[in-house]
Ligand binder design. Structure first.
Ligand code: MG
Length: 359
């Protein structure tokens, strides 16, 4: 019998163990070129927490914890993640013992990512091929925050369409939904358009805003109801034509199993960092692939360190929809790595982060 192809749950090639000489927690603050406003909060600058691992052979690995600056999108946030890293996760990793920490998946994933980079370097293999990537360029979409006015929104979308993005996702919430989304749809009738409510509706909105959005020819409606309301999401899905995508509801592969069992989603937005790093994200990816559930890779306003990981996942066989993979210049004047760019055809090269330059 031939071995299962990569990306279908096959064990990835064994990597060598590496003697780790240091694990350092590094904070950086990057100004955002524009504030990002969603139903969950406002991000005006990027407080990023990084883990830098070093090995006896002189190699260095970086992991990014992209928790936001306040605990509004997830319970995990930058200051909390940094404290948990310094006090629990890094000491445990240096001692070679399991950390026993509940929650804090982004912080734990940053340690895993930094250490994995060392082992990949020792094996002279990049993350994407090691995971089982099937493409070297991936289609890019972009997420657009809540705007100050419909005119402002149309101007911003116009810029993204001109830049070649293959899909535009509009943030919505009660009171900022049917009118702005309808205006974008009227201006670009053929644009691949989705909306993301960040859990801000309730089932009682079904016959109002949600049904009105359903008439706008959307690729998907992302996280209409709060993360824990899977039965509500199933009810919305049963009532609407638009595919339902879950983001915040899916914190691990088991969550996806339950969501599929109750009919709560058609698509999955996989954020590798948010679910806890490479191993946890692979489990979500492999389950979605096995079940034939379309998946795309979401963004957390990552720097180039996290972007390289997101791109590797976007190159896997289960990532069948364009992800939220904006160019570095979408958020930063100067990224921590060489900038990631969107090509004129709306794709991005899958590559490693390369050297990290702290501000
Ligand atoms: Mg989302």
């Amino acid at each position: 019998m031939s071995p299962a192809p990569p990306g279908r749950g096959a064990p990835r090639r064994e990597l060598p163990e590496v003697a780790v000489t240091g694990l350092e927690v590094v904070r950086a603050v990057l100004p955002l070129r524009r504030a990002f406003v969603t139903a969950s909060g406002v991000e005006r600058e990027r407080h990023v927490v990084l883990v830098r691992a070093s090995a006896t052979d002189g190699s260095v690995g970086w992991g990014e914890c992209p928790a936001l600056g306040a605990p509004t999108y997830t319970g995990e946030w930058a200051d909390g993640a940094e404290a948990v890293l310094r006090r629990f996760l890094v000491p445990a990793a240096l001692a070679g013992r399991s950390h026993g920490v509940v929650g804090h998946p982004m912080a734990a994933g940053a340690v895993e990512g930094a250490l994995l980079q060392l082992r990949l370097a020792a094996a002279d293999v990049a993350l994407a091929p090691w995971l089982g990537a099937v493409r070297d360029r991936v289609p890019c979409g972009v997420a657009v925050g809540l705007a100050g006015s419909v005119d402002e929104l149309l101007a911003e979308v116009d810029g993204h369409v001109a830049a070649g993005y293959q899909r535009v996702k509009l943030k919505v919430r009660r009171g900022w939904d049917v009118e702005p989304v309808g205006a974008v749809r009227a201006t670009w009738p053929d644009l691949a358009l989705g909306v993301d409510a960040n859990g801000s509706y309730r089932l009682g909105d079904l016959d109002g805003a949600l049904r009105a959005l359903d008439a706008l020819g959307l690729e998907e409606l992302e996280q209409p109801l709060p993360a824990s309301d899977l039965l509500g999401s199933a009810a919305v899905r049963a009532a609407l034509i638009t595919p339902i995508c879950l983001d915040e509801s899916i914190t691990c592969a088991d969550d996806l199993e339950v969501a599929l069992a109750v009919g709560a989603c058609d698509h999955v937005n996989l954020k590798p960092a948010r679910v806890g790093g490479v191993t946890a994200a692979l489990a979500v990816h492999d389950l979605a692939l096995a079940r034939g559930v379309p998946l795309w890779v979401g963004g957390m306003l990552e720097t180039g360190v996290g972007k390289a990981v997101a791109l590797a996942f976007a190159a896997l066989p289960g990532a069948t929809l364009p992800g939220d993979l904006p160019a570095s210049s979408r958020w930063f004047d100067a990224d921590l790595t060489d900038p990631f760019e969107v090509l004129p055809d709306g794709t991005m090269h899958v590559r490693e982060a390369g050297p990290v330059r702290l501000p």
